[in-house]
Design a protein around this ligand. Structure first.
Ligand SMILES: Nc1ncnc2c1ncn2[C@@H]1O[C@H](COP(=O)(O)OP(=O)(O)OP(=O)(O)O)[C@@H](O)[C@H]1O
Ligand SMILES: [Mg+2]
Length: 294
């Protein structure tokens, strides 16, 4: 449990009102950035997550629970409206929750307190990066400006150091020639890659990708997926929501099938795609193969 002295509960409401933990960790926890867990321990543990968007409304998440290890790439699949984005937004600490808890790398990260309020440890939250379906770059800033904004303004990093890191990242991902470009001068694929690079500037321990290629023209999808694959090969733990089954099969180490606000099935990708256990999963995969919108 989160100790009372560290709880600074916030009123239920939009993400901006979620609690600031003041940077403290649980007793016995090591400093930020250290390796914390034996490989066998879950890196992320989600317990009994319930979430509704309005008081008295039907919950969108109805007791979601699962784990991922530090070496996992967890792919979340499921029909439209099943709660995939909501789940990722909860893991990002952007939503209040009605019950449950999330731990990250052994730390209590998010918890529904006994008074119904949502606790989010902001120190842990800074270790999570998220990229959304629609580009969220600042249009008035260059690529470089987008990348260094949070490290310099929020984290107090020296501008020169942030620029050097940004240049290294952009070189690594083939975007260095776009350093001085504005988002309006980039292709959709380039915008998404810059958005990913911007998230990486904050050196996350966990990356969340919510349908980052679904707004792209088909010829631009591969460049974004290959950037994510490169990150995966480098050992970045990630949760990915995608409707691209080829990409899902390639990148997943674990698949979670989420529908009607619950985890219907989860497991290794080989079993999931070749021999799904439940009819709902089989129907979903069949509808995807037929190209039917679900
Ligand atoms: N901000 C919101 N306010 C109210 N209801 C919401 C909000 N966001 C999502 N919902 C509802 O929550 C349910 C789950 O939505 P969510 O976006 O999590 O689904 P999804 O699985 O990501 O779907 P898709 O595959 O279409 O992206 C839907 O019924 C949706 O209408
Ligand atoms: Mg979604």
């Amino acid at each position: 449990m989160v100790s009372g002295s560290r709880q600074i509960p916030a009123a239920p409401g939009p993400a901006s009102s979620v609690a600031d933990a003041g940077g403290a960790g649980s007793a016995g926890q090591s400093a930020e950035g250290e390796d914390r867990l034996p490989a066998t321990q879950p890196f992320v543990e989600i317990r009994n997550l319930r979430k509704s968007y309005a008081r008295g409304a039907i919950p969108v998440l109805k007791g979601v629970g699962d784990t991922m290890s530090k070496t996992d790439r967890l792919v979340i699949l499921g029909p439209s409206g099943g709660g995939k984005s909501t789940l990722l937004r909860c893991v990002m600490g952007l939503e209040t929750i009605d019950s449950g808890a999330i731990t990250l790398d052994g730390r209590n990260y998010i918890e529904c307190l006994s008074n119904g309020r949502t606790f989010v440890d902001r120190t842990v939250q800074r270790q999570v990066g998220m990229v959304f379906q629609h580009y969220t770059l600042f249009p008035h800033l260059t690529v470089l400006g987008n990348l260094i904004l949070a490290p310099v303004k929020r984290n107090g990093e020296k501008k020169g150091a942030a620029i050097a890191r940004a240049e290294a990242l952009l070189s690594r991902f083939g975007l260095i020639s776009k350093l001085k470009s504005y988002p309006s001068q980039l292709s959709g694929g380039q915008k998404q890659r810059v958005a990913i690079a911007r998230a990486l500037m904050l050196e996350p321990k966990l990356m969340l990708f919510d349908e980052v290629t679904s707004a792209l023209d088909p010829e631009l999808i591969a460049e974004v997926e290959s950037m994510i694959s490169e990150l995966a090969e480098g050992g970045m733990p990630m949760m990915i929501v995608t409707h691209d089954m080829g990409f899902a099969k390639n990148i997943a180490t674990k698949v979670l099938f989420c529908a009607d606000g619950v985890v219907m099935e989860s497991g290794d990708p080989e079993t999931f795609f070749a021999a799904p256990k439940i009819k709902r999963t089989r129907d979903f995969l069949a509808s995807i193969l037929r190209g039917t919108k679900v």
